[in-house]
Ligand binder design. Sequence first.
Ligand code: HEC
Length: 110
Amino acid sequence: MKKTLTTALVGTALLAATSAFAADAKENWDQLCAKCHAADGSGSTKMGKKLKVLDYTDAAVQAKFTDEHLAKVTLEGSTKDGKELMKGFKDDLTPTDVTALVAYIRQMKK
Ligand code: HEC
């Protein structure tokens, strides 16, 4: 009986932690990233099209990147020929936020 209760409590706590995590990532994404990458990650915004961001709903696009690469660009941004394509967000995000955002990007693929 006691064991069952403990298991149930741990289960609930984990579930709560997981959804809080997801909500934070979505919030950060919508506030900081969706302008270019679109809410669904497809990059189909005006800015996204102009900057030619990739479609993260495409599994083939996702397969090109490692989690490390995704985290690195999120933190440090990306430049091409000395021009900034995307600013880094290391001043806005904690390492936990970045990990959550990478997981959030990963679940965008259809
Ligand atoms: C000003 C528009 C803009 C915003 C805002 C923006 N990005 Fe980007 N992002 C880009 C562009 C453009 C690229 C492609 C850079 C390249 O080709 O090297 C990119 C690339 C990336 C990449 C690397 C993978 C790839 O497609 O090359 C990741 C990961 C990423 N962005 C995540 C994020 C996250 C997370 C946020 C919010 C915290 C964010 N971006 C906000 C424009 C933006």
